[in-house]
Design a protein around this ligand. Structure first.
Ligand SMILES: Cc1cc2nc3c(=O)[nH]c(=O)nc-3n(C[C@H](O)[C@H](O)[C@H](O)COP(=O)(O)OP(=O)(O)OC[C@H]3O[C@@H](n4cnc5c(N)ncnc54)[C@H](O)[C@@H]3O)c2cc1C
Length: 266
């Protein structure tokens, strides 16, 4: 078993639930500077063991194949060697069950470059920012906030996070702390299957937006001149929210055809 291509090691692993974790990696060499919201490729060989609570993979991997998948960076842009990731386990998947089996000091492959156009720095100064996510789609927003919240006091920044249960809200403590610390930041978690102790929203993200929560609570209108939307997570949610925004004249952002709606599907 040749692990010669591995160029990083695990320095921290926080299990949020059995299928959700925050993973800290240290690369052997620093990477180039990156922008908040970008991703990098992680990789493990097919011969690596899968986690104990995973399932049989749909398509068994060749032992010597390096399985590569992109993951959004959750850490701030100031450190290009210590990287944080927020990862959910697809139980029958190829790579994520192998990532979940890693322990401190285990080695893995991290790609050479950060990439992606899901970037806060491409939005005009002064525009309000609405960040919408399901599941681990919140990872790029953690990097946005850790990297830039101090620099954008003139922008309102709202993060709407959809999940099933309270325990699926990784980063809840950090985000509520940021909300108490910065007057321009608002955290709006919404759960579709909460317990009786949950006092927040109990709607799917699409319904929450249609009920005008942004206007009523934060005086933010879906106006493409004044408000930029970032959307990431499940393809179904991304599709519903982008259709809703299309009705307000929003178009999807591409490098060649700039728009006001930034989308990343996981
Ligand atoms: C730009 C980008 C950034 C990403 N960032 C993250 C991140 O920060 N955190 C993260 O956890 N993932 C992220 N992903 C997803 C990640 O790259 C993998 O696709 C995911 O971990 C599943 O890989 P796998 O090899 O375990 O499963 P696969 O073997 O690829 O998938 C197995 C089966 O599960 C289905 N499936 C794939 N992904 C999911 C999913 N997320 N939920 C449920 N079913 C799924 C597939 O349809 C397939 O049938 C990102 C993807 C992209 C494109």
């Amino acid at each position: 078993m040749d692990r010669a291509h591995y160029n990083a090691k695990v320095t921290g692993k926080i299990m949020i639930t059995p299928d959700l974790m925050i993973l800290h990696l240290e690369t052997d060499e620093p990477r180039e500077d990156f922008e908040a919201g970008q991703f990098i490729v992680l990789g493990l060989y097919g011969f690596e063991k899968r986690s104990l609570n995973s399932e049989m993979e749909l398509f068994p991997q060749e032992e010597e194949k390096l399985i590569l998948k992109p993951y959004s960076i959750a850490s701030a842009i100031k450190d290009t060697r210590q990287l944080e990731f927020y990862i959910s386990q697809v139980k029958s998947g190829q790579l994520s069950p192998r990532l979940f089996n890693l322990n401190i000091d285990d080695k893995l492959y991290v790609g050479p470059k950060m990439a992606g156009i899901f970037r806060l720095d491409e939005t005009p100064d002064g525009t309000d920012i609405v960040m919408v996510a399901t599941g681990t789609g919140i990872a790029p927003y953690i990097s946005f906030l850790r990297s830039h919240i101090v620099e954008r006091p003139e922008s309102k920044m709202v993060l709407i996070q959809g999940a099933a249960h309270r325990w699926d809200l990784g980063y809840y403590s950090e985000l509520t702390f940021l909300e108490q610390t910065y007057a321009n930041f608002f955290y709006v978690p919404t759960l579709i299957d909460p317990d009786d102790h949950w006092h927040g929203y109990r709607l799917c993200i699409e319904d929450l937006l249609k009920k005008d929560v942004l206007q009523n609570e934060f005086n933010i209108t879906p106006d493409s001149e004044r408000t930029r939307f970032f959307i990431t997570g499940s393809p179904e949610m991304v599709s519903h929210v982008s259709e809703w925004l299309n009705d307000f004249g929003y178009t999807r952002h591409h490098p060649d055809t700039p728009g006001e709606m930034y989308i990343e599907e996981f």
